[in-house]
Ligand binder design. Sequence first.
Ligand code: HEM
Length: 583
Amino acid sequence: MAPNHSNEENSHNSLPCPILRVEDYDIHPKTGFLPPNPPLTRLPDLYYSPWEQVIDSYHDLMLAGRLGESINMLPILETDHLKSIPEYRRAFLILSILAHGFVWGKYEAVRDVLPACIAIPWVKVSNVLEIAPICNHAAVVLWNWRLIFPDAPFDLKYDVFAMEIYYLPVNNSIDIRNNFLPFFESNLATLITFTNTSDEGWFYLVTTTIEAIGGRALNAIILALEAVRDRDNFKLMSALMVICSAMKDINETLQRMFDKCDPYIFYWKVRPYLSGWENEDRLPKGLIYEGVDQPDEYGNPVYRQYAGGSAGQSALIQAIDIALNVEHYPTGVKTGITNNKVFSSEVKEHTREEPNGNCYAASSINSLSNASSCYHLRIQNHQQQLEFEKMSSNASNNNKPQQPYLHKIRQNIPGPHRRFLEDLAKIANIRQYILTRTKFPLDDKVQGLDDDDLVKAYNDCLNEMKNFRNKHLQIVSTYIVIQSHRGGGHFHTKNPYLAKCPVSTITHNTTTNIPITAINNNSTTNTMSTCVSVTHLKTKDARITSKTITNGSDLDLKGTGGTNLMPFLKQMRDETIAKEIGS
Ligand code: HEM
């Protein structure tokens, strides 16, 4: 059924249509992009038992070095025995885990040909789900969980509090534990992991929980858009407050990544399996999907390239950005408005902070493309701010998202969710509405709303998004940047390719094992005495470039999607703050 759009003109109809019906996009009003019922734990048709059997013994086969052999022996199964979308999702998850396990192996050489028994059905299943045939966020996070006790609620409860109970005197604690402990325990488990580690399970489940919380935010986005259409400021305020509170809960949940996901295990054991075959040194040409693509005109096999799985593929965070009209630009290009000033500047790659921490003014839209322009037009009021934003938007041809990573990962987002983002972008006007309506009508005064209340509610949402990105930066620093300096992962020690890699030396702090240069670039001498030199394998799969090792810099680290990791993430954060509406 075609999604039902409406715009402000519809507000004059006696029966306003819903702005967007989430159901049309395979979104649940409560759980959002997460399916409301647990995903299938097994494909019901026994025809698929050869796949399920390999999954049953996956870790044993991997450890024995026999996963590849077992996969090669699989028959090429048809996909027409799959009868429902949940079955297609289970099939996609299975095939993703089999494919990535086959390609990356464990202590084995990387394989660059995916056999037809995986490649052919994987591509067919991907077509139905409208995603690229590569492991993605949807597979390992949205379709990869179960309830431990089916009758108990979906919950990743805060068990740190429960742990404190263990420190109470025994007599007290027994009572408290018996009465309350169940409320603090998690009821979630993952279905399949690459590594059979609880750390990997926790990495997925924290993200699954974030998606579930996001359901509230998605619903509130629709309500906010309806409120704008109906010019109902009170409803808009309430909806923004729900988005803000959902973001707060998301941020608390994000912080829980540290509870049970060990950064070392994540970086050295789990992350390599999530890698794709685009911008990937270990598979520079990509991967051949045997039996899928015809050889090229010269008879050479065709290599496919896709970026691997990342929580960055979450449609949820993109949806909130879109609803709040936060815009993202290619890394190194900054444009926006902060503190009532317009700025537009093209910064050199690797420039991480804006000079003076301040912004630059543009006197006309032409200067958006002029890197050296720096004018000082102060935005006097919300109307001017709005005019500028309209001009910027026209100048960029509305060709969104402009950040190439965000554009590229749309191929990893399931079709209906992707269409939701596209349709939402066409009608998202909350920010514009707030900018044009700073003086509230009498009705609002009666309801106790002040002129600045809406602005504050909107800014509060932005602030929580900024907090999300700040926390996320901390996580990336701990789980990727620091780990990449640590060394010690022997993912492919027998891999002939890696055996040829050059060896480099780096100095580590003995207690934290963090390279001195990463702790403090300017004061290495003070701590030198507490350090030992260790030999550090310069593995390409760790994505460490020589510059990273010699300079201790994070600038060359790449994200799963080939992003210039830290500059990219910091810019995403700055672009969020830039949308704050000045009072
Ligand atoms: C150990 C935990 C995590 C690590 C190491 C991590 C790492 C990364 C990396 C490397 C990127 C850059 C994009 C890429 O190339 O893949 C990224 C982006 C992103 N990640 Fe995470 N991530 C983690 C957890 C999460 C969680 C739980 C979420 C929640 C949904 C999340 C949401 C995002 C988003 C939305 C982006 C896009 C950038 C942005 O919107 O600011 N990440 N992440």
